[in-house]
Design a binder for this molecule. Structure first.
Ligand SMILES: NC(=O)c1ccc[n+]([C@@H]2O[C@H](COP(=O)([O-])OP(=O)(O)OC[C@H]3O[C@@H](n4cnc5c(N)ncnc54)[C@H](OP(=O)(O)O)[C@@H]3O)[C@@H](O)[C@H]2O)c1
Length: 296
């Protein structure tokens, strides 16, 4: 067992009224039903991976009804229920239940009808074996439904006590503003890593307005302009490029909550070990310059 991620290692962060350690676990790969979502080699390995995250001190798990078409939520419950105190589970709604073939992201069916969000909430509560969803994120906007109506369903569920905090994912600034006009939004989850900073403007807005930013694909840096610098720094520090990528995220902004995903317990452990890697100013500057964000 590696070092324990306590409240000091990376600090804690507030998602509205919830407080979690600032390094989470992404549960997209906890599934054996695949398609666009990659799958775990087998269920036992998936169960072991999420147990490892919690055993090492992670107390924030990000999943979605869509991952494995309910399978990720079921595996989380199988692995961890009855849940340890303080464990925060974030899930998402807003997609239909159909997995297109690998890579065909445009074919992911969006479904933001309010009745669908309500039904998904009930299904997620049942699969997760929970009474309340801690953080409920709108997975994507559905162009067929006004975004305010979709977010309105999340807000209604919050008023009814089925959801603690509401959040959004895969948003533009304009969509975030629409969501904020409906209810309090505590976090934004968009694609982001040291080599892919298209959504830096949203990172900045979150920082200014007290929201958390959850970068998805936090360690998918292969093939990005940051790949070579990550490898050089990793070699010099006796770390892995993924650990350097996580350390950069943690140091880049105090409201950043990385959620690296893995279906392998040993990889989960390596990712958590990044909590103790501190990059110096020169290393940070080199990484900052590797893939500069779009001009404001
Ligand atoms: N909101 C959205 O639309 C959206 C989209 C994508 C993802 N997400 C969220 O973001 C989380 C993270 O994204 P992600 O899992 O797609 O990407 P990621 O965390 O950046 O990378 C995961 C990939 O890296 C591998 N990996 C992880 N740790 C490793 C290690 N230490 N050594 C070697 N390989 C390692 C994993 O394979 P192994 O399993 O073999 O380790 C997997 O292929 C997801 O779990 C999900 O919660 C959200």
């Amino acid at each position: 067992m590696g070092r324990l991620l306590d409240d000091e290692a990376v600090g804690t962060i507030r998602l509205g009224d919830l407080t979690v350690r600032r390094l989470g676990y992404g549960a997209a790969r906890l599934s054996t039903v695949g398609g666009v979502t990659p799958i775990a080699p087998d269920r036992g390995q998936a169960v072991a991976a999420v147990r490892e995250a919690v055993a090492r001190g992670v107390n924030f798990i990000d999943t979605a009804a869509y991952y494995g078409l309910g399978g990720s939520e079921e595996i989380i419950a199988e692995a961890l229920h009855p849940y340890p105190p303080g464990l925060v589970i974030a899930t998402k709604a807003g997609l239909g239940f159909f997995e297109p073939p690998p890579g065909d992201y445009d074919a992911i069916p969006r479904d933001g009808r309010p009745e669908r969000i309500r039904a998904e909430c009930e299904d997620s509560l049942r699969r997760l074996k929970r009474e309340v969803i801690d953080l409920y994120q709108c997975h994507y906007n559905d162009p067929k439904v006004p975004y305010a109506e979709t977010i309105g369903a999340f807000a209604d569920l919050q008023r009814e006590g089925k959801v603690r905090e509401v959040a959004v994912s895969n948003v533009s600034v304009k969509q975030l503003r629409i969501a904020q006009s409906v209810c309090r939004i505590v976090s934004v989850q968009n694609r982001y890593n040291v080599g892919d900073r298209e959504y830096e403007p949203l990172v900045e807005i979150c920082g200014r307005e007290g929201m958390v930013f959850l970068p998805w694909f936090p360690i998918m840096t292969a093939g990005t302009p940051a790949e070579a610098v990550l490898a050089e720094i990793a070699q010099a520090r006796g770390a892995t490029p993924r650990q350097v990528a996580l350390a950069w995220l943690l140091q880049h902004a105090p409201h950043m909550l990385p959620i690296p995903g893995s279906a392998q317990a040993s990889h989960v452990g390596q990712n958590i070990d990044a909590a103790w890697l501190r990059l110096d100013a020169e290393e940070m500057a080199r990484l900052d310059a590797a893939a500069p964000p779009p001009a404001a």
